[in-house]
Design a protein around this ligand. Structure first.
Ligand code: IPE
Ligand code: IPE
Ligand code: MG
Ligand code: MG
Ligand code: MG
Length: 324
């Protein structure tokens, strides 16, 4: 059985070995940059672990799993344009280091490089794997659009928020686990259990990401502190705070998120004070933990040896309480 560390290093090596069409090096420099500045490699590691649940032979899954990471990094480049984020992984974002046009195009090319990786799937699994991936890719776009729509919306319900994060984040994590299981030879029932495991893990993951955006140690988290507050993002923290605030505090919070120009640092401080008053940090941690618990309830049902699940359990546990 492979450890998380071993799988991460297999993925890193596969990324390093990728070759590109170098006719326009300016197109590929940002690709190499974003892929070389770190990242947890959660999605391919999860895929390979899910594969390893059912088989020791993970070889054929390695390049397609790496495709998931390349697709993920493509979404990050475009997400940083949309979120006007200056920093990622403690370094300038692609559109800041280069420019928006280059960030769009190098993101685009990564989507196709990811496709090249999926095309390395053995023939008998190819159409299934590609259909699962492509459906999720569309869903990520839908989720990203909803995320932007909600920046401007005054009322966003709990359910709307949950659906938005399911689409923008959880489905990619879900299909990573599912595709891994498919490579491992799992039947539909088991690969669907892995999907649900990953989906719940993904929900916890985005809720934790929302939490870290306000409460994380910025040196470790590697993104701008309070970026979501500055961008009026309807995060889990905001949705909870609106529900729990007194009418006057609720109005204050709505006012702060109304799109008026505020000094960013003051706005972040005022919003964080409201979250603190309402105990939002602890509530958010508990909800993320509940999603991890429900993720485990699906993993429990998957038909593979119990000892095979230990690495997946360790990985899922490490996502809660993570700082990066
Ligand atoms: C960031 O993903 C985007 C979200 C879905 C929250 P990660 O937190 O997996 O980013 P890296 O790849 O480890 O930097
Ligand atoms: C990102 O959500 C989801 C995708 C990239 C599809 P965020 O906007 O919260 O991710 P970060 O915080 O910038 O990594
Ligand atoms: Mg973002
Ligand atoms: Mg975003
Ligand atoms: Mg975020």
């Amino acid at each position: 059985m492979y450890s998380q560390e071993e799988l991460k290093s297999l993925v890193d090596n596969t990324i390093t070995a990728l070759s590109y069409n170098m006719e326009a090096p300016e197109l590929i420099d940002p690709v190499k940059y974003i892929l070389s500045i770190g990242g947890k490699r959660l999605r391919p590691v999860l895929a390979l672990m899910s594969c390893n649940l059912f088989t020791d032979n993970i070889e054929s899954a390695l390049i397609p799993a790496t495709g998931l990471e390349i697709f993920h990094n493509f979404t990050l480049i475009h997400d940083d344009i949309m979120d006007q984020a200056p920093v990622r992984r403690n370094l300038p974002t692609v559109h800041h280091r280069w420019n928006v046009n280059q960030a769009i195009l190098s993101g685009d090319v990564m989507a196709f490089v990811a496709n090249e990786c999926f095309l390395k799937t053995p023939q008998h699994l190819l159409s299934k794997v590609f259909r699962v991936f492509n459906k999720a890719a569309v869903e990520v776009c839908v989720g990203q659009q909803l995320d932007m729509d909600y920046e401007r919306a005054t009322f966003v319900t709990h359910d709307e928020y949950l659906r938005m994060i399911e689409l923008k984040t959880a489905v990619l994590i879900a299909i990573s686990a599912k595709i891994g299981a498919v490579f491992g030879g799992a039947d539909d029932e088991n690969s669907d259990l892995l999907y649900e495991f990953g989906r719940n893990l993904g929900m916890a993951f985005q809720i934790q990401d929302d939490l870290l955006d306000t409460y994380g140690d910025i040196k470790v988290f590697g993104k701008t502190s309070g970026g979501d507050i500055i961008a009026n993002k309807k995060t889990f923290l905001y949705i909870e705070a609106i529900e729990r605030a007194s009418p006057s505090l609720r109005n204050k919070l709505r006012e702060l998120f109304s799109g008026k120009e505020y000094d960013p640092a003051t706005k972040v401080k005022n919003v964080t004070d409201i979250y603190d008053q309402l105990g939002i940090k602890r509530i958010t941690e508990n909800v993320a933990r509940d999603y991890i618990k429900s993720a485990f309830s699906y993993l429990d049902k998957a038909e593979s040896g119990k000892d095979r699940k230990t690495e997946l359990i360790r990985l899922a546990d490490s996502l809660i309480g993570r700082e990066t």
